[in-house]
Design a binder for this molecule. Structure first.
Ligand code: HEM
Ligand SMILES: Nc1nc2c(c(=O)[nH]1)N[C@H]1C(S)=C(S)[C@@H](COP(=O)(O)O)O[C@H]1N2
Ligand SMILES: [Mo]
Length: 424
């Protein structure tokens, strides 16, 4: 394919655009040979279609992940409702499921485009070199998101010498930014690729849209490709099916009727004491003794401070609600909880309807030893200081003697082994 050299332009842009000297042809060996990559599966159409699928999966991950971030770190303008009770279960289940589904899509996309690593000449101009280097950010950030997400779900924290949530959050912005820049710079090729007319592998235009060559009309595999080899449609169908199977076998950790085929979900939603999984055990939280101490008192700090023993808590009006525990890691399970309405406790403390409190744990250290509870969750009649689970006293791993359970709220904010409720 003959390329027109870039037109020289004056000024700094001209410098960036100035053609670089061609490297010696003698270096064109192995993967750098002109005919090294000839699979007809690697067309612009496959690249564009796969790119679109990866883009959709990443967009879903970004929006749902950002939602989870905002719920946990709410700025003033952000409000998260307490109903429907399963909304966060849906958004975070979708986050993890679409993230897993993106893995085969991204791998296939990288496979279709990686011969570009061996593009000749490696850099036509400084601008071209910068453009190619920027792809490192795109590929690096997207792979990083999927790898750290999977490591976190597998609870394999050791290979991550950083705090997962913060790093995953900032890299999400880099990944989404890099995707947008990439889509913007490839818009012309994407349009042709998705229009369905680009039958032949076509080399991308050097600069801008206008000079794109008309795609060849007939699809003939290039010389050397055996007849009967995987067709483009077969390739795309295989990739889509793989992605679908991964999604279905991940979603079972949160969609009950799929739980029998869970492979990638890290939790069986039915497994654990009282039929509910446990993330942080009483032992690892260091509360094995304090949680069963008979001198336990729930401390209420507000206009009317008080201390309530477990017996007193059990003598207050008890409510029973059916609510899910929804871990940020994507698993969730519904259970029946009984205990004292949080609104009743806040009234006893003399707090107004719009008061905010922190719910604190006997656990002395750790990120999730306390959580802020604000309206609408604090006043929702479904929000309980739960004392019983599925008809039994709370198991110590589920937060005995008392734990917070509120509708439509991430698991990390459902404090176990509650020791105090404090006006903020
Ligand atoms: C296999 C793929 C993925 C998995 C398993 C995964 C898993 C997770 C998990 C477990 C969390 C909750 C962290 C916490 O609250 O402690 C999370 C949060 C998040 N994820 Fe992902 N993720 C994946 C892919 C992605 C992708 C592709 C993006 C965006 C491009 C993304 C963006 C986010 C964001 C913005 C958050 C919020 C972080 C925060 O709360 O500060 N994730 N993800
Ligand atoms: N005090 C305390 N409460 C906690 C945690 C914790 O680490 N410490 N982990 C939270 C997380 S991440 C989840 S998913 C839920 C799980 O509740 P379960 O163990 O009863 O299923 O508890 C939450 N409550
Ligand atoms: Mo969790």
């Amino acid at each position: 394919m003959v390329r027109k050299p870039a037109q020289p332009v004056a000024g700094p842009a001209g410098l960036l655009n100035r053609p670089l000297p061609e490297p010696p042809e003698g270096l064109r060996k192995g993967p750098l040979r002109e005919e090294a990559w000839r699979s007809p599966l690697r067309s612009e159409r496959t690249a564009a279609l796969l790119g679109m699928w990866v883009g959709i999966a990443f967009a879903v991950c970004f929006v749902t992940g950002l939602t989870s971030h905002l719920i946990q770190n709410p700025p003033g303008w952000f409000g998260w409702p307490s109903r429907p009770v399963n909304l966060y279960r849906f958004t975070q289940g979708l986050h993890v499921t679409s993230g897993f589904a993106a893995i085969p899509l991204l791998l296939a996309k990288l496979w279709t485009v990686y011969p570009k690593l061996f593009e000749w000449p490696p850099a036509r101009s400084v601008l071209h070199a910068i453009g190619r280097l920027s792809l490192l950010v795109l590929v690096g950030a997207t792979i990083f998101q999927l790898v750290t997400g999977v490591l976190n779900l597998a609870r394999w924290y050791t290979p991550m010498p950083f705090f997962f949530t913060t790093t995953h959050y900032w890299t999400a912005w880099i990944a989404i930014g890099a995707i947008l820049v990439h889509v913007g710079s490839k818009l012309a090729i994407i349009r042709v690729g998705l229009s369905g007319s680009a039958a032949e592998p076509v080399t991308e235009p050097d600069e801008g849209a206008g000079q794109h060559e008309a795609p060849a009309a007939d699809v003939k595999p290039p010389a050397g490709v055996p007849a009967g080899a995987l067709s483009r449609r077969g390739f795309l169908t295989t990739v889509a099916a793989t992605s679908g199977v991964v999604a279905l076998t991940t979603a079972g950790q949160t969609v009950p009727f799929l739980s029998a085929i869970t492979v990638f979900g890290q939790r069986d939603p039915d497994l654990g004491p009282q039929g509910l999984p446990v993330n942080k055990s009483a032992e690892s939280a260091g509360v094995l003794e304090t949680a069963v101490d008979p001198t336990y008192r729930l401390q209420l700090f507000g206009p009317r401070p008080q201390q309530l023993s477990l017996a007193v808590l059990l003598s207050l009006p008890q409510q029973t609600v059916t609510l899910p525990i929804t871990c940020v890691e994507g698993w969730s399970a519904t259970a029946e909880w009984s205990g004292v309405r949080m609104a009743d406790l806040l009234d006893m403390m003399g707090l107004s309807e719009d008061a905010e409190v922190t719910v604190e744990s006997l656990q002395e250290s750790g990120l999730y030893r306390q959580a802020v509870l604000s309206p609408p969750h604090s006043r929702d009649p479904l929000t309980l200081l739960a004392l019983r689970l599925n008809g039994e006293d709370l198991h110590i791993d589920h937060g005995y003697p008392a734990r917070l359970i509120a509708p439509n709220r991430p698991g990390v904010l459902q404090t176990k082994w509650v020791s105090a409720v404090r006006e903020l």
